[in-house]
Design a binder for this molecule. Sequence first.
Ligand SMILES: [Zn+2]
Length: 69
Amino acid sequence: MPPKKKHSKARTRRNQAHTGRSVPSYTLCKECGDPVLSHRTCTSCGYYQGRVVISKDTAEASSASEISS
Ligand SMILES: [Zn+2]
């Protein structure tokens, strides 16, 4: 059975507004306990999988640039 009436653009877009939405999954950093996105380096201490990936000053610089931008 075909649709009786065409949906308005607003109705379609209102419906589509909910698609593709998800809460980003995060874990807590093992080193500092800060919330960290999974498969990402911790921005506050620079640890990933139990070892330092980025040094402290580099991590601070990157996080500072994230805040300013
Ligand atoms: Zn950390």
